[in-house]
Design a protein around this ligand. Sequence first.
Ligand SMILES: Cc1cc2nc3c(=O)[nH]c(=O)nc-3n(C[C@H](O)[C@H](O)[C@H](O)COP(=O)(O)OP(=O)(O)OC[C@H]3O[C@@H](n4cnc5c(N)ncnc54)[C@H](O)[C@@H]3O)c2cc1C
Ligand SMILES: NC(=O)c1ccc[n+]([C@@H]2O[C@H](COP(=O)([O-])OP(=O)(O)OC[C@H]3O[C@@H](n4cnc5c(N)ncnc54)[C@H](O)[C@@H]3O)[C@@H](O)[C@H]2O)c1
Length: 448
Amino acid sequence: MSEHFDAIVVGLGPGGETVAKRLIAAGKRVAVVEKELIGGECPYWACMPSKALLRPVEARAEASQAAGVDKPRLDWAKVSEWRDFIVRHHDDSAQVESYRASGATVIKGEGRMVGPGRVSVDGDEISGDDVIFGTGSRQGRPEVEGLDDVTVWTNREATSLKEIPERVLIIGGSAVGVEMGTFLRRMGSQVTIVQRGPRLLGREDPELGELVGDNIRADGVDLRLNCQARGARRNGSDSVVELDDGSSVSVDVVLLASGRTLTTDLGFEAAGVKLGHRREVPVDQHCRVGPGLWAVGDITGVALFTHTALYQGRVVADNILGKPHAADYTGIPRVVFGEPEIAAVGLTTEAARHQGIDVATSQIDLRDAISRPWTYETDPHGTLRLIADRQRRTLVGAWAMSPLSGEWIHAAALAIRAQLPIDALLDGIAQFPTYSEAYYEAAATLDL
Ligand SMILES: Cc1cc2nc3c(=O)[nH]c(=O)nc-3n(C[C@H](O)[C@H](O)[C@H](O)COP(=O)(O)OP(=O)(O)OC[C@H]3O[C@@H](n4cnc5c(N)ncnc54)[C@H](O)[C@@H]3O)c2cc1C
Ligand SMILES: NC(=O)c1ccc[n+]([C@@H]2O[C@H](COP(=O)([O-])OP(=O)(O)OC[C@H]3O[C@@H](n4cnc5c(N)ncnc54)[C@H](O)[C@@H]3O)[C@@H](O)[C@H]2O)c1
């Protein structure tokens, strides 16, 4: 007889952990199944190390923008030491112990779907009233001939790096490409970014992609747009990448930032779950896949962010605990921690038009509109765009490239989610002098 639990959580990333902790706190008998480290990609190889690495280069850049401050010295040994502390030295024993102490059964191994309420872990079967999958994603491998012959890093090697490589070619110019490109360039690497689309951050408004491209070029990054890697070969210790514009680039490392592969090759189809075209697990509004079967995080294919996984984890826990909760994905912020930060939320201008919205936009240069850039930087910069629904007089989208925009974009996220009338933004009182004042200035120039 297989052991039976109230719930089995397979994959302990941010999504799985949120469900597990809530169910355990509610007194459920829970088994957690994790094949690597409890915590998932985010704390060990993604969000946390990348942001810990970016912060010192950001602080250095900020210091050089403050009047009278000399550029602080960057000490790589200390930066990497701090990164190692932040990633818990890739040791999850405290997490395992904490789950056990809270009464959960911790099973280290690869969980697979066997049938309704049934999971196998490395051959042993367990069952549960509810089964929750949160198995996340991994770096995808672009089809480039010869890639196996050269030195390739995924996000895992990039965020665990011990030495700064001299020359790096990054395949992909979205969040990972821009963040890791910014970090490596500012640490002194020669960086080439190869992006197959016409601009960086291809899912955002073109104007934002252009701004980000100009900014990263000014940093000294060699940006190749409308370009793809065709082949790769080794030449001595060099990794040589041939591009489809006919050129080739010799580097020490090829960093893959070309998108994620969802970890859904876990027996779903054999168990009757039809995966979507991106191999995502189809979920309803409640994150339910079928009776007693739930999915959270990247595998659902919904906005691949930790905050989405955390939200879905709360949704699933509520539903299992008898508090019906339908997910609403309106206004999920998207932040790329470049230098400066790039933040967006809601619809792009094109997506809003595509939805038939009567769109009004305004775009302001923060230097001209508000005071904070001048108290913050000696060479101030920053842009904010608002995207509004003229008929309903509400905000449907916003983006900014500016210091701290990853923080202050949240005002737009709330306005979009709550469908706050633009008139409330126009009658709002933001503290002086802050970047938040930009919302009033941008709203005032909307043609409503
Ligand atoms: C470089 C990088 C930086 C990022 N930065 C940010 C950021 O700043 N902010 C942000 O919001 N998002 C960021 N993301 C995205 C974020 O990391 C993911 O959206 C988030 O980790 C998804 O969480 P998840 O719960 O789906 O699972 P994951 O974090 O992917 O974890 C899934 C877990 O499931 C386990 N697992 C997989 N298969 C099995 C199995 N069969 N059995 C048992 N266990 C299994 C894995 O070992 C893993 O522990 C970043 C991503 C990358 C690559
Ligand atoms: N700060 C954050 O919240 C943060 C940071 C990093 C990653 N993430 C999330 O992690 C996920 C992965 O990010 P990502 O940037 O790796 O992937 P992505 O899927 O967002 O973008 C991949 C980019 O690579 C390009 N590309 C793909 N194949 C290519 C090829 N062969 N040649 C040239 N270009 C190619 C695509 O056009 C696209 O611009 C995303 O969902 C992202 O939102 C979030």
